[in-house]
Design a binder for this molecule. Structure first.
Ligand SMILES: [Ca+2]
Length: 484
């Protein structure tokens, strides 16, 4: 009890001293370090193990467990002969606030150790990065919190490629140092902030408030880095005869539909002829659209295996069970979906073609750039099957990189029918638009394995054809509603 009073008194003194030019954030909170985790509500349980493994670092023998904390599942690995038990490791990790468990998950992919204890790390006490958090036997929860900072920083780097520039700006704006690492070691500054934040969060709202006051810019950015990321939410539906279809849950939300660039800008950027100006007009006006309900969207284009399971035949020109079905008209798709809906027979569950708005919303996946992977044409071939890398041939689904929401081949491979009639955007409703009431042609989206020009694969690019027309570049992807 006495110790506690002294601790609080020291803390108050530190605050009373105020923030001077040479002040350090750590000096305000260091008195709380020895009792770190005393209030923690983090629960961790063992799911399976131990299993004998060769560890990632040098292939040394160790034991591996799978553990669970709420929805977070991760690995724990301990090198043989360290003298540390799994229970002891869990006891240390339980001191960490729950959001830090994301870092444990991030380092637990295939081939990785999860949180790992090694006998020695060549003189260091710990290493942390995107795919590993290694510690030596005596290291406690505070150091893990610091290493988790490195891991979460690198994860955030996927959403914000300039995350360290952002951190640097925050450090400069806060005008306070954090530790002996020095203000210019930004990555260490961030990791040390991760540690201090964990301590303050564990201590309670008042302490957290004090940290926010001392270092507001770092505080806000760290909370953004640590914010839970939407988990990929994929379900698998049996559409009959054991044939499965995977669908990704797409959240409700808002986005700006249409082209950010003017028609002239696109013509210039992609070196198109002036004749295209007219063709590109239908991508404007750019307008705000609300998707009011979550839905499921096919992770892949509908495959020939799936088409055959429902229709009993395969109209495709280039056959292959894992290839997308092609040479299907919009009307064929309507028949396919009608039969599928009868067959599924799950109360309330309905398959459909995506509306054009649903398609572009999912294609953009929160981005407003030319492509869902940004504006950089040099990485185009990593994401898209198009004329120049497909040899103008249909390809099996899912071989390229997915978009940020985990959807494959949204651009390229086959162009995808949407449910809408093609028409101008002008006057279309802002919420859940479904296109004009009538028309001559149905919308197709995404471009195909045949086209050479990257502009055909922009998220905003629109295409259309007669609903009866079957073509070896046209296929589909399905929406399933409702999503819970
Ligand atoms: Ca496609």
């Amino acid at each position: 009890m006495k110790t506690k009073i002294i601790t609080v008194a020291t803390l108050l003194l530190a605050f009373a001293a105020g923030a001077s030019a040479r002040d350090k954030i750590t000096s305000h909170f260091r008195p709380l370090y020895p009792t770190f985790g005393r209030n923690s509500k983090t629960e961790i349980e063992i799911v399976s193990g131990p299993k004998d493994v060769k560890m990632r670092n040098g292939g040394v023998p160790g034991k591996l467990w799978w553990a669970k904390s709420g929805e977070h599942k991760f690995k724990l690995t301990i090198q043989e002969g360290t003298g540390v038990t799994c229970d002891e490791l869990i006891k240390r990790l339980k001191k960490l606030p729950e959001p830090y468990m994301q870092a444990c998950v991030a380092v637990s992919d295939k081939g990785e150790d999860g949180i790992a204890i090694y006998k020695s790390l060549g003189g260091a006490r710990a290493h942390g990065g995107q795919s590993y958090i290694n510690i030596v036997p005596y290291v406690g929860a505070l150091v893990v919190a610091h290493e988790a900072g490195h891991t979460l920083q690198q994860l955030a780097g996927k959403r914000h490629p300039n995350i360290m520039e952002m951190w640097k700006a925050a450090v400069l704006s806060d005008k306070i140092s954090i530790s002996d690492y020095g203000d210019h070691a930004y990555s260490e500054d961030l990791a040390e902030f991760a540690l201090v934040y964990a301590v303050c969060l564990g201590e309670g709202p008042k302490t957290l408030e004090a940290l926010k006051k001392l270092s507001p810019a770092r505080f806000d950015l760290w909370e953004e880095i640590m914010a839970p990321q939407p988990q990929p939410n994929v379900i698998s539906v049996d559409i009959g005869g054991g044939v499965k279809m995977q669908l990704v849950k797409i959240p409700a939300g808002q986005f700006t539909m249409g082209s950010r660039e003017s028609t002239q800008e696109i013509v210039k950027a992609f070196e198109l002829s002036e004749a295209f100006v007219n063709y590109l007009k239908d991508e404007h006006p750019r307008h705000r659209v609300r998707i009011s309900k979550p839905f499921y969207l096919g992770k892949y284009e509908v495959t020939q295996r799936q088409w055959k399971a429902i229709m009993g035949s395969n109209p495709s020109f280039r056959k292959g069970d894992g290839n997308p079905v092609e040479s299907v008209s919009w009307n064929d798709c309507r028949d396919f979906i009608g039969k599928l809906n009868k067959k599924i027979d799950k109360p309330g569950v309905k398959f459909a073609l995506p509306t054009e708005a649903q398609w572009e919303y999912a294609c953009r996946a929160g981005t407003s750039t030319l492509f869902s992977f940004g504006d950089d044409k040099s990485v185009f071939g990593d994401y898209v099957w198009y004329g120049r890398n497909s040899v103008k041939k249909l390809q099996p689904v899912g071989l390229k990189k997915p978009n940020p929401w985990g959807l494959y081949d949204m651009n390229g491979n086959v162009s995808e029918w949407c449910s809408d009639w093609h028409g101008p955007y002008k006057g279309s409703p802002q919420t859940d638009p479904t296109g004009p009431a009538r028309g001559l042609a149905r919308v197709l989206r995404g471009g195909s394995f045949y086209e050479d020009r990257p502009d055909s694969f922009r998220c905003a690019d629109r295409y259309q054809d007669h609903p009866d027309f079957r073509y070896y570049r046209y296929g589909l992807r399905l929406v399933m509603t409702p999503a819970p």
